[in-house]
Design a protein around this ligand. Structure first.
Ligand code: MG
Length: 209
């Protein structure tokens, strides 16, 4: 018998829920690395300051990390999925060297308007990650520099979508304040990670009070 008064056969639903993982979903261009129109080569990768350290901090706090990227340059015929693969191989290597391992990268290669399973703001990749990695999306976050990033998070039911002022973020903040009212706005990815860790600590304090 267990303390719940019934025999354990595997996990109780209660325990299973406690075991769900939290995640941070990350846009790539303009969020992790400098926005560069149709970036297609590894040597074009330029991380924003503090990205490795910020992601390492999130990992140490227990978050799984995912990149969710629209790469319409593939659908437009400007570069190939193999090019995207080479860029991502370099990107994850550089992050892994800083103890900031990425769990999985999701890419939507379609041009805008073409049928797509996961092109942001569609939330399908977040649902895929939830199912594969046992995530609690309601305890997860999305960080990006465009409205479609924020919407992708909202469409999946994340705890908070966070807009960074890098990439297209500052322009969005200045021109479309109404649309982003439900988002948190911070300067960059490092600030977004710090905000999440602070938020988690504050919520934990409330929960145990
Ligand atoms: Mg972006």
């Amino acid at each position: 018998m267990s303390i719940f008064g019934f025999p354990f056969r595997g996990q109780s639903p209660y325990i299973a829920r406690l075991n769900l993982n939290r995640a941070v979903f990350l846009d790539r261009d303009g969020t992790l690395i400098q926005e560069m129109e149709y970036l297609s080569r590894p040597d074009q990768i330029a991380f924003f300051p503090g990205v490795g350290r910020a992601l390492r901090g999130l990992r140490q706090a227990g978050f799984k990390l995912f990149i969710v990227s629209n790469q319409s340059g593939v659908g437009r015929g400007l570069f190939t999925l193999a090019d995207v693969g080479r860029v991502h191989a370099r990107l994850v290597d550089e992050l892994a060297a800083e103890d900031a391992r990425i769990d999985k990268i999701y890419v939507a290669p379609e041009a805008p308007g073409a049928p797509s399973r996961g092109r942001k703001p569609l939330p399908q990749f977040l649902f895929d990650a939830r199912d594969e990695f046992q995530l609690d999306l309601s305890q997860s976050y999305f960080i990006g520099d465009k409205l479609i990033d924020l919407q992708c998070g909202w469409n999946a039911g994340v705890k908070k979508s966070i807009l960074v002022r890098t990439g297209y973020g500052r322009e969005l903040e200045q021109t479309d304040g109404g649309a982003i009212a439900a988002a948190i706005v911070v300067d960059d990815l490092a600030a977004a990670a710090a905000w999440i860790l602070q938020k988690e600590a504050a919520d934990k304090t409330v929960a145990t009070r």
